[in-house]
Design a protein. Structure first.
Length: 166
């Protein structure tokens, strides 16, 4: 994707999961190290698919986390307000940046997106702790996993800069 100037080819790469399914992408890359190019691509496609399949949840998480993770909110580059549709566009833009822009910037934007969602899940968990401790626990657990994803994407960006992302 980075070697072509054909925008239709890049658009097909952004929508790869739409054509082949997330399971196929998972078979190729899900077991690769998180801090590798295939591992980073897997995480980007998985994030995109989550936002497409749970757009209102993604929007609620992102909205709740904006003020708690203000710098990450700016780095992610989401529209204001972060509607479900706007977040879908954001993830498509990030993936497009993988193929047409600076890969490290795309990875950092995705990591920042994750950090805002993590902050939002923590806020939402605190808000629901008394009324629904099971839901609060699920939000807390998923935020921990997504925090690791943010770390991995940002580390992959740093590895790209030093030509060590393989």
């Amino acid at each position: 994707g980075r070697a072509t100037t054909d925008e239709s080819a890049r658009a097909r790469l952004v929508g790869l999961v739409d054509d082949v399914g997330l399971d196929t992408v998972a078979e190729m890359w899900a077991d690769r190290p998180a801090r590798s190019l295939p591992g980073a691509l897997w995480r980007l496609y998985a994030l995109r698919e989550w936002v497409r399949n749970a757009p209102h949840e993604a929007s609620a998480d992102f909205t709740a986390g904006r003020s708690a993770a203000a710098v990450s909110h700016v780095v992610a580059g989401a529209a204001d307000p972060p509607t479900p549709e706007a977040l879908q566009v954001l993830l498509d833009q990030v993936l497009h940046g993988v193929f047409a822009g600076d890969l490290d910037v795309a990875l950092e934007r995705a990591g920042a997106f994750c950090r805002v969602v993590v902050a939002g899940r923590v806020v939402r968990a605190q808000d629901t702790e008394e009324t629904d401790p099971v839901a609060a626990d699920a939000l807390t657990r998923s935020s921990a996993a997504l925090h690791d994803t943010a770390d991995d994407l940002e580390a992959a960006a740093a590895l790209w800069r030093t030509h060590d992302l393989v």
